[in-house]
Design a protein around this ligand. Structure first.
Ligand code: ZN
Length: 178
């Protein structure tokens, strides 16, 4: 269930400061699926959390150093083990999509829910991630009345700029278990 304040009760809640209000007339009708791993190809949920909480310590890693000051977030993250973490209430605007367009509408953050899967472009996702994702999507579609056809990848709304969730994300499998 999703509570009045936009928190899903099956998620671990880790509030991120990186959000703001949606436009007053916004209707949430899109789910955007992403993939993230920090550093790329390494599975370390703590670093993803730290990025979304603005406390990423880059250490010696150049890539982490280049992103540590980004102000980004997503509503949800699903770890390799299928654990669901929520960072931003569903009614607020998370900062996940960037410059983006869906069916002629810009700024997809205004009207979407962002879900990050821990993963990368070079590797398959875990079965438990698909199960956790389908459970979450079912919650969201019921509670927010989002059409199950309106599920896209980040690469669909920011082509040429973003490649996630990448070629190994199994859209057919997801549709089959929704
Ligand atoms: Zn993305």
């Amino acid at each position: 269930m999703i509570s009045q304040d936009g928190i899903v009760d099956i998620a671990e809640y880790c509030p991120s400061p990186n959000f703001d209000e949606r436009p007053s007339n916004a209707v949430i009708d899109l789910i955007v699926i992403h993939a993230i791993s920090l550093p790329s190809g390494c599975y370390n949920t703590r670093l993803i959390k730290d990025l979304f909480l603005n406390c990423l310590d880059p250490g010696e890693d150049q890539y982490l150093g280049s992103i540590k000051d980004l102000k980004v977030s997503s509503h949800f993250l699903i770890t390799r083990k299928g654990l669901l973490i929520q960072f931003v209430p569903t009614d607020k605007r998370a900062w996940h999509a960037g410059i983006s367009t869906y069916k002629g509408r810009d700024n997809c953050n205004d009207f979407s829910i962002g879900i990050e899967l821990e993963g990368c472009d070079e590797e398959e996702f875990e079965q438990q991630q698909y199960h956790s994702l389908s459970r979450l999507i079912n919650f969201l579609c019921i509670d927010l009345q989002i059409n199950k056809q309106n599920i896209v990848g980040h690469s669909d709304i920011a082509p040429g700029r973003k490649t996630d969730p990448g070629p190994f994300f199994d859209w057919t499998l997801l549709q089959s278990i929704l």
